[in-house]
Design a protein around this ligand. Structure first.
Ligand code: URA
Length: 213
């Protein structure tokens, strides 16, 4: 994993290989969805590397020993930015089964271009949890920025933003607005096209995940 303070590039060979398969135009919905789940499990593994541990006295069949367990009283909350964020949830929950899940839905009002929140549901104890905000694509950064702004109001202990692909434009915008929130991504692609798609990207993640196109 390449580490700069606020951008962590996950370069694990399995992640990179699976991402290439997802990018291919001839990878169809069923495989795309499976790959997204597999990658999200690997992303969860990488983004939880710094979880604090504490020692607990346990009994093995042979002896008692002080052994490490996760220190946090409460586990994480994973927040999906709808709808493509759903694709990253299942794999992450497989690795972190005690995590709670939140959802946030945003759309861009076509005339004013302002971001409108149409759905928000978070666990009541979000202020006692570390938060992972997940969306496969960090493109313009507008929805990620707006989502994190709203989610900060719930006062989680910490926030990380996790995506598969990021455009340099989206990273710059996100880091300007939320310098305190690290971005984890499997790739920084070249640029955005005139429609806001990431180039070379993988197309519309939601459509490819749900087969809606
Ligand atoms: N959202 C997507 O699903 N794909 C892109 O390339 C950009 C935003």
């Amino acid at each position: 994993m390449i580490m700069t303070p606020n951008l962590q590039l996950i370069q694990h060979p399995l992640v990179q290989h699976k991402l290439t398969l997802m990018r291919r135009v001839d990878t169809h919905t069923q495989d795309f969805r499976r790959l997204m789940k597999e990658i999200s499990l690997l992303l969860a593994y990488e983004v939880t590397r710094d979880l604090a541990l504490k020692k607990e006295l346990i009994q093995t069949p042979i002896a008692t020993t002080q052994a490490p367990v996760l220190a946090a009283e409460k586990n994480m909350v994973i927040v999906s930015i709808m709808r493509a964020g759903q694709g990253l949830l299942d794999g992450m929950l497989e690795l972190i089964p005690t995590a709670k899940v939140g959802h946030i839905g945003l759309y861009r009002e076509p005339t004013t271009l302002t971001v409108v929140e149409y759905y928000l549901k978070l666990p009541n104890d979000t202020d006692q949890r570390d938060m992972l905000v997940v969306d496969p694509m960090l493109a313009t950064g507008n929805s990620a920025v707006a989502a994190v702004e709203r989610l900060k109001e719930a006062n989680p202990l910490s926030i990380k933003f996790v995506c598969l692909l990021a455009a340099p434009e989206g990273i710059a915008q996100f880091q300007e607005q939320h310098p305190d929130v690290p971005i984890y991504t499997a790739s920084v692609d070249e640029r955005l096209d005139e429609h806001g798609y990431i180039v070379p990207g993988l197309g519309d993640a939601g459509d490819r995940l749900f087969g809606t196109k």
